[in-house]
Structures are given as C-alpha cells and as structure tokens.
Write a protein that binds this ligand. Structure first.
Ligand code: HEM
Length: 589
C-alpha cells in the first residue's frame, strides 16, 4: 500500500503522542521498557513507511528524527502548559521542562544556594522539576512529613539504585516496610540503651583529644580532616564494632575518598532516578560507591562472625539481645550498617566543623561557651561524661545554632504523593498524585519570618530564654540589636528541622547530639584555637557543598593547649563580636 508523505508524518506524530501518554501514565523506569517505547515504534515505522520517504536518502534517519522531535515537543508543551497538574506553581522554565536541569545544577554542589535564590524570586513554593516542588513554609512541615504525612520520594530510587534486593532504611518508600525496618533502630536509640554507647564514644573522644594534643603548636592543622576521621572511626565502632583507625593511621585504605567521591554521582542520580537503572548495569561507572559498599559489607560480615563484645548499634540492629518476632536478616543489617556510616559520620562532622568555625568567627560566643564548660567541667574533670549536658544552656544553644545555620542535610528529604491516592493537601498547597516535594531546610532555617534578627548570623543567644538573653546584656527581648525595636525578635523552633520531622526523621538524632556535645565540651576544656594566619573566612560557605549530605572544605586552625597559649588571644575583646542587623550597640559584651 502506497502512503503519502503527509500521512506518514501524521502516523509518526500519533506514535510519538502515544509514547508520551504511556510515559506519562506509567512512568516506566527499566531499560527494556525504554527501548520498547523509544526504539521499536520508530524502527517499525521506518520499515512500514519507507516508500513515503523514498525521496530522501535516509528514510530511517527521517523517521527517527521526526519521532523524537514530536515526542520532545509534546513533552515540553505539556509540561509548560496550563494542563499540567502543577501549572499553578511558579518556577523557572528549565526546571518545569526536565529534571536534567536540576541534575546539571546540582553537580557543582551548590543546589542549596540555587533553591534559596528560587525561593527569594518565586516565593514559598517553587516548581523545581516537572513534578516536584520545593517548599519554604512552616505550615507544610507537619502535613508533608508528620504522622499523617507522605512516604519517601523517588529521589531514593536513583540515589540507591544498586540496592535492588535489600534497601537501606532511609530509602524505603513503602511506609509499612519502613516501619518494620525502623523498629530495631528505634530500639537501639531508646533512652535506656543510649547509656551503652557512652564508653565507646568516650574512648574515641579521648583518642581525638590525644591526637590533637600531638598536633598542637605554631603550625596549623586541617580541623575538617581530623573531625571527619573522628566521626568515621566512631560510627565504624558503632556500626561494625570497630575496624577503622583513621585517627591513628589516616585514610590509608582510601575509604573516606571512596565515600565522598561517590556523592556527586549519587545526587545526580537522585534527580533522574531512572538513570540509576543504567548506571547499575554499566561497568566502570560509580565504582567508588560500589567499592565503599563492599568495604562496609566485609566489615559487617566480620562483626557478625565475631559476635557482640559491647552493646553497639549492630548489637541492636541484628537483635543479639533477642527480639520478638522475626529478627532482621543479615543483608538488611549490613545494608543499614553502611547507612549508619554514611548518615552518621558526614552529618556530625559537618555540624562539628561548622560549629568550631562559627565559634572562631564569633569570639563572644566562644568565651561564653568556654565559661560554661569551665563551670561544669573544671580542669581535671572528665569532660566526656554527659552528666551535665542537660543543664548546659549555652552549649545546647551553640549546637542548635550551628545546626540551624548549617544543616548537614542542606536541602531536605523528599516525600511523594503515591499514585492512585487522589492527591494531598499540604498546608495551603494541594499536591496532585505523583508529585514529589520537600521542605528546603537551608532556606527555612534562614528565613527572617522564623528567625530574626540576622538569620544569616551565628547568634546562639537567640535560643535562650528572654531572661537568659538579658543576663548576657541583650536587654530588649523584642529586638536584641535595635533599641528602637525596628528589627523584631522572632524565634520559631517549629521551623528548625535539621533532623527532619515525623516518623521517618533522623533516628540517630540522640546519638548525634550526644556525640557533638561531648566532643565540644572536651575540646573547649582542653584547647584554645583560632584560624590559621591568612585564612580567608569567606571561603567557608563557598567551600560548603550540598551533595544531599554536605561536604565541607578545609579549615586550617592553630591549636594550643589551654594555658600555654600566652598572648594567643590578645585582641580578643575587640575581635569577632557578632554583628547583628541594625547595629549591635555593645549588647552582650
Ligand atoms: C548532626 C547529625 C545528623 C543530622 C543533621 C542528620 C539528619 C538526618 C536527616 C535530615 C535524615 C533524613 C530523614 C528523612 O528522610 O526525613 C536522616 C536520616 C537518618 N539518619 Fe541522620 N542525621 C545526623 C546524624 C545521624 C547519626 C549519628 C546517625 C546514626 C546512625 C543517623 C542515622 C540516620 C538514619 C538511620 C536515617 C534514616 C531514618 C529513616 O529513614 O527512618 N543520623 N538524618
């Protein structure tokens, strides 16, 4: 049968539209479905319609080009059209067209700054993907992530694409399965069991302090590296009963490199989850991430074989103390052990280094914290004992303020509205089914509607009661910085969510806080420290990268044991007092 050229073009258009409809409705992710939809139709059409294209020298090329052009046009037109379910939400055109845009933007580690700029331009809700929203609204937190909130989003399908059989807790999207796997974690971090970890923590903290004592002197150290070594060793102790000696030997097995070098790729894949299916089947791609996981797998096997010597995290995850019902399988525990290291070491390291950076920037806060530590842990007292933490208001304020300014998960954790549910009202926003969304931690933590004055400044006093703030010389609770009360004092802890929120939040929160507070007390008790000569402090934020967990730059620091640094702090009184919006007027000196 002879086909005219216009008929042939119409047939190709119809096939491309059908392909778009199928993609839109079923969102196939595996490579076989992709080739069935993207290769078979144009191939069949090329054979069938060859006579219509006989005038061109390359009928195959013509059909394939037309098919893909129509498909692309149809996808772009739909995503930008008022017919799209997210059409009412504003956002930049490239974001609305494809998630490849965010994959590209995020690859340099600055996606948190990009989202912040988008919120400044478009408001509290921004369409950052064809089917995805970023939110900067305290009213969205509970409906999105609370008890009646939404399950985890497709982000994790790409990020953990190689976990095809057993997935780590953080990436489990089915809420019932998530709840089942979360139980041993909840048990591990019950208040009564937290006591078991104090000795493991104290040993590592003492080792860290001894190492720093050896490093002290006129030269500088890279504090980022030392803290990362500490958190990695501690989490290895917790997850696999030891096996990592970075504090002693440095990264001689290249493990830290394996962990960090895989992060950019994991972030890119999280934006385009279906690409993960290709990545897992391609040899040579993502090798570092795979090697890191097999390194942890070997540690888990060894820990399992040697049994429980101390009650560590592995002890509770595997159910060594005996659990009701089915204990988790070894594969599940091994996978969660990797998660413990990834989720627990980089995050606490970021908080600790950002905290010390901020204290060196703000010498007033430094002195106040040191006074409090001296009060509770005078020389000779073991500062690794957690006994006084509950009473140490300034310590808690400093930690919260570091977590507010530099949440280690800068851009939040995605949730998604399952298909077939009809959508979900999230605060003032309606999310149609199939929509992914997250609250952008970095933006909401620095929003002057929730934290004022100076939401971008490190000012721990904002976490104190009005009375305690007054005791430090801030005598105007409505505004610590402006006597005419032009800048209001606003403090809304509901907008403070560094550990996320709800039943799928960070299960390791208590451990992280215990670890951070203990290390800070020990360091403040033992050392004076300051930036190395010539360090450009503006670099700190520039070097902070968002790869879901944040990656920090170098922090060159000169440290000296307390009392030995005569003249070390000369000029302290003049330097480093935090400047608040509206002028500080000597408050708090
Ligand atoms: C300052 C330190 C830390 C911060 C800021 C932090 C933050 C977070 C965030 C934002 C999430 C995502 C939760 C969600 O999807 O809503 C998370 C998950 C998780 N974190 Fe942490 N984390 C920290 C330390 C730790 C530590 C020390 C551990 C110990 C093992 C840990 C274990 C986990 C686990 C297992 C999950 C998955 C929870 C789930 O999906 O149920 N984290 N964390």
């Amino acid at each position: 049968m002879a086909t005219s050229l216009p008929d042939a073009i119409l047939a190709i258009l119809a096939a491309a539209l059908a392909c778009h409809l199928i993609f839109n409705r079923y969102e196939p992710v595996n490579p076989r479905s992709h080739s069935a939809l993207l290769l078979m139709p144009p191939l069949a059409l090329s054979l069938l319609l060859r006579p219509a294209f006989s005038s061109t020298s390359h009928p195959f090329l013509a059909v394939f080009t037309l098919y893909y052009s129509f498909l692309l046009l149809s996808v772009v037109a739909y995503r930008l059209s008022p017919l799209h379910p997210l059409a009412r939400y504003p956002g930049p055109i490239p974001c609305r067209i494809s998630k490849f845009w965010m994959a590209w933007i995020s690859s340099d580690g600055k996606q948190h700054e990009y989202y912040t700029r988008l919120h400044q331009k478009y408001g509290d809700v921004v369409r950052i993907g064809p089917n995805e929203l970023s939110m900067r609204d305290v009213n969205a937190i509970d409906p999105l992530m609370g008890t009646n909130g939404l399950p985890k989003g497709p982000h994790w399908d790409g990020r953990m694409a190689e976990q095809t059989t057993v997935r780590a807790l953080i990436s489990i999207r089915d809420p019932h399965e998530h709840m089942r796997r979360r139980k041993p974690w909840n048990r591990a971090f019950r208040a009564a069991n937290m006591k078991d970890y104090e000795e493991i923590l104290a040993n590592r903290v003492h080792e860290f302090i001894s190492q720093l004592e050896r490093q002290s002197g006129p030269g500088h150290i890279n504090l980022t590296e030392w803290i990362s070594r500490f958190t990695f060793d501690f989490m290895s102790d917790m997850a696999f009963g030891g096996g990592s000696e970075m504090l002693r030997d440095g990264d001689k097995d290249n493990t830290w490199h394996l962990l960090e070098s895989g992060l950019p790729l994991a972030l890119v894949l999280s934006h385009v989850p279906w690409l993960g299916k290709y990545y897992t089947s391609l040899p040579g791609i993502g090798e570092d991430l795979k090697k890191f996981r097999s390194y942890c797998q070997a540690r888990a096997l060894r820990r399992h074989a040697q049994g429980s010597r101390t009650k560590d995290l592995f002890h509770y995850l595997i159910g060594e103390e005996g659990v009701e019902g089915d204990p988790p399988t070894f594969a599940e525990v091994a996978s969660d052990g990797v998660l413990a290291i990834v989720a627990g070491s980089d995050t606490t390291a970021t908080t600790l280094v950002c905290l010390f950076y901020s204290l060196m920037e703000n010498r007033t806060a430094f002195r106040r914290l040191r006074d409090e530590v001296d009060k509770y842990y005078p020389p000779g007292e073991d500062a690794s004992a957690t006994t006084h933490h509950a009473k140490m208001k300034y310590l808690r304020a400093v930690v919260d303020e570091a977590l507010r300014l530099y949440p280690p998960v800068l851009s939040g954790s995605q949730r998604a509205v399952p298909k077939g549910t009809g959508g979900k009202q999230v605060g003032p926003y309606f999310l149609p089914e199939g929509t992914s969304a997250f609250v952008h931690f970095y933006s909401i933590h620095r929003d002057p509607r929730y934290f004022s004055p100076s939401p971008d400044a490190f000012w721990p006093e904002r976490w104190l009661s009005a009375e305690d703030r007054q005791a430090y010389g801030y005598s105007y609770p409505s505004s610590p910085s402006d006597k005419s009360n032009k800048v209001p004092f606003i403090h809304n802890p509901s907008a403070f969510i560094p550990f996320s929120y709800g039943p799928m939040n960070c299960v390791g929160k208590k451990l992280a806080l215990q670890e951070i507070r203990t290390l800070v007390c020990c360091v403040m008790q033992k050392f004076d420290f300051r930036f190395a000569e010539g360090y450009d402090t503006g670099r700190w934020e520039r070097d902070l990268n968002d790869y879901f967990v944040s990656v920090r730059g170098e922090l060159p620091v000169v440290i000296s044991p307390r009392g030995q640094g005569d003249g070390f702090w000369s000029g302290d009184a003049q330097r480093g007092h935090v400047s608040l919006a509206g002028g500080d007027a000597g408050a708090g000196r």
